[in-house]
Design a protein around this ligand. Structure first.
Ligand code: ADP
Ligand code: MG
Length: 698
């Protein structure tokens, strides 16, 4: 086996390859585009395309694709081969700068939420040179943005890049105010921790619910779940270890910095975390990671479930979005500095985040809202649907001291004064303990923990970057016009703390008492479901913020709101239809079959000896018959509720009806079926049960 450093990034057209394969002039020009967003001229594009093609063909590639992220939440690709006929009847391999820069997939079937009329089906894809091209299988993949001909974004990458640019612009204004004239750009970085389940392929194949919806719609609790806490960080089983080994190799070849792997809390649940990198690259990498996870699983006879709640009764899967802001010279702006002045700057950025999270709780909440994640937020393992910030006692103490003008008791200093006092050094261990907060400061970064495991991290980061850019914009506007910078700065930080401290909560986020306090006393938002939060995307304050920063146009926001609600409705409806189908064609017949066996047994016993009471069989037959009736009625009612949806008007009403009428009916049908499962012979049950699924991989 080769050394990792020898094959790391071997499938990526990265800086090393560019340097080696491009002329000095072309390389310099491309670097300028990558680092500073400079326009790329066509001669450079042609040279880059030729080098990319030669490099890819030498590694066995026959095709190229513009790889993009439409609003389906997964990635899309349409392959074109490099071949071009030559006069002698053969072919040559060709790839032009034009083909590199722009593609025109026939994209009429991607969701556009009304942005692109079907007669004008052609959106176009545009190369994102800041994210490296890579080879997957036999295809050269070129990361691209996807837009309509009117220029509206039809994907997740375009607004993400816009939000990074917005944050960059505003952060630079602040840094200039602090006398920093050398920084050229500010970028956010993300390290997403990815949770997933691994189950045996042969069991997965037997469950229509897993195949159609990614989660189990039925299933009684297994006698053992996660109560022993013996899976978390437990010894990794050989089959899983072999999977992780191959997964790492595949990710490393793609230049993805897969770093940490371990078992998670639920049985069959695991986690993978990469080393953090620039947000748009981290986003591309996370999409690729999810794809590779599933592909490698198939090779090992396994299935990787990325659904947020594949199993009731054990933890679901999330994604922790570790986020920080850094300058091009590598200074982390969320890291407390070593001098009082740096600390004042740190506190300003910290306050910008606090203000952003408070002002745009709704946007953060809805950026992670999907039908799948609704099962998780608010359940006992995930952060609640209420957004709050954890800062830790130490930092909290500092903020309180600033707000009240009273001494900070962690030091001997009499009074915190910005630009004068040195902050205490934060001990990472003390800031990192709270695992129940949706948004936790962890020493030099924030960890946003509400993301669902299957979410693209683009959505959360678009909102986070934009909201923080907005705070910084307000700060910069005020400070640039201030007579005395330090006084204005101090006052602004103090005011932010006093205005927004209600969002700071250092206690247990899973506690019911907290939800009560948060909503009743502090007035924080508690949007429990996707239909509750999604329409707020179009609230005036949100539209104003996002359009004024140039992250979205109003038309784009409307279309996204529509698409997200459509996704919600479609997801739940597929689940409802799958339930009706499974209940009628698998579960009810299985229960009937077993009931018949019991009845036959009782009859046989009676024939042998009329005096035998057969109370076991009779009792069970009665209970199972009642359950079969409930199952049949439940399927009927669910089906009618689905049919009645055609009476609703508009997507918001449809989504609300699904939440209020369909989901409860699904719950009732499940209850009856799960009870029947516990009373039916295992040999008669038509598909693998929880115990088999959760403990089936050894
Ligand atoms: P845990 O939350 O399990 O304690 P770690 O401390 O290992 O996890 O970090 C989790 C993730 O945070 C990793 O992906 C790591 O690369 C990322 N991370 C660390 N520092 C930063 C930073 N400054 N900015 C963004 N992400 C970071
Ligand atoms: Mg974490």
């Amino acid at each position: 086996m080769k050394n990792v450093s020898e094959y790391f990034g071997s499938m990526v057209f990265d800086d090393r390859v560019m340097k080696a394969n491009l002329s000095a002039r072309v390389y310099r020009s491309l670097k300028k585009t990558i680092d500073e967003g400079a326009q790329l001229d066509i001669s450079v594009a042609n040279a880059v395309a030729a080098a990319m093609k030669d490099w890819a063909v030498a590694r066995g590639a026959t095709h190229y694709t513009h790889w993009f992220q439409p609003l389906t939440g997964v990635t899309a690709e349409k392959h074109d081969s490099f071949i071009s006929p030559s006069p002698d009847g053969g072919v040559i391999m060709e790839f032009s700068g034009k083909e590199l820069i722009k593609g025109e997939p026939d994209a009429s079937s991607f969701p556009s939420g009304g942005l692109r009329a079907t007669f004008e089906a052609r959106g176009y894809t545009a190369w994102d040179p800041t994210s490296y091209a890579f080879i997957k299988g036999k295809t050269l993949c070129i990361p691209t943005a996807f837009c309509s001909y009117g220029g509206e974004a039809l994907d997740k990458k375009t607004p993400l890049l816009r939000s990074m640019e917005a944050l960059n612009r505003q952060a630079l204004r602040i840094l200039r105010l602090f006398g920093n004239d050398t920084v050229k750009c500010v970028r956010t970085s993300v390290g997403p921790e990815q949770e997933y389940f691994l189950i045996a392929k042969e069991m997965y194949d037997l469950r229509p619910d897993l195949r159609f919806t990614g989660r189990t719609l039925f299933g009684a609790r297994s006698p053992k779940g996660q109560e022993m806490d013996d899976h978390y960080f437990g010894v990794i089983k050989p089959r899983v270890a072999a999977y992780m080994e191959e997964l790492n190799e595949e990710l490393w070849k793609l230049g993805i910095l897969a770093k940490t792997e371990h078992n998670e809390v639920a049985p069959a649940q695991h986690e993978l975390a990469p080393i953090y990198t620039t947000t748009n690259i981290a986003t591309d990498h996370n999409q690729l990671t999810m794809e590779v996870m599933q592909r490698v699983a198939a090779k090992h006879g396994l299935v990787c479930l990325l659904h947020e709640k594949p199993f009731a009764g054990v933890n679901g899967s999330g994604k922790h979005n570790n986020w920080s802001i850094a300058t091009d010279s590598g200074v982390n702006l969320l890291s407390p500095g070593e001098t009082p002045y740096e600390n004042a700057q740190f506190l300003l950025f910290l306050c910008a985040v606090i203000k952003a999270v408070d002002d745009y709780q709704d946007l953060l909440r809805l950026s992670v809202a999907t039908a799948g994640n609704d099962h998780r937020l608010g359940a006992n393992e995930a952060p609640p649907a209420v957004v709050s910030i954890f800062l830790g006692d130490e930092l909290n103490g500092v903020l309180e001291a600033i707000e009240s003008g009273k001494p900070y008791n962690g030091t001997e200093k009499t009074q915190m004064k910005l630009g004068v006092d040195v902050l205490p050094l934060f001990n990472r261990d003390t800031t990192d303990r709270n695992r129940t907060s949706p948004f936790a400061f962890t020493g030099n970064k924030f960890e946003f923990r509400m993301l669902g495991s299957s979410n693209s991290i683009a959505c959360a980061n678009i909102m986070l970057n934009s909201a923080v850019a907005e705070s910084l914009k307000i700060y910069a506007d005020r400070l640039e016009g201030a007579e005395d910078f330090e006084t204005a700065l101090h006052e602004m930080i103090r005011k932010t703390i006093s205005d927004h401290k209600h969002i700071i909560f250092n206690g247990n986020g899973y506690d019911d008492a907290w939800i009560k306090e948060a909503t009743e006393r502090r007035g924080l938002l508690n949007y429990r479901t996707t239909p509750d939060c999604m329409p707020h995307l179009l609230d005036k304050k949100n539209v104003e913020m996002l359009t004024s920063l140039g992250v979205f146009s109003e038309a784009e926001l409307k279309s996204r709101c529509e698409i997200m609600l459509e996704n919600y409705c479609k997801t739940v409806l597929i689940e409802a239809n799958t339930m009706v189908d499974m209940a009628r064609t698998l579960i009810a017949p299985a229960v009937e079959g077993y009931t018949l066996k019991l009845a036959k047994t009782a009859a046989a016993k009676k024939a042998l000896d009329p005096g035998i009471a057969c109370s076991y069989e009779n009792g069970l037959v009665r209970r199972l018959s009642a359950l079969t009736d409930r199952i049949a009625a439940g399927a009927e009612e669910l089906e009618s509720a689905v049919t009645a949806l055609c009476m609703t008007e508009g997507i918001i009403e449809e989504a609300n009806t699904i939440r209020d009428r369909i989901l409860p009916k699904m719950g009732e049908l499940r209850l009856a079926c799960d009870e029947a499962e516990t009373l039916t012979a295992k040999s008669d049950w038509p598909f693998p049960v929880y115990g088999d699924l959760l403990f089936g991989v050894r």
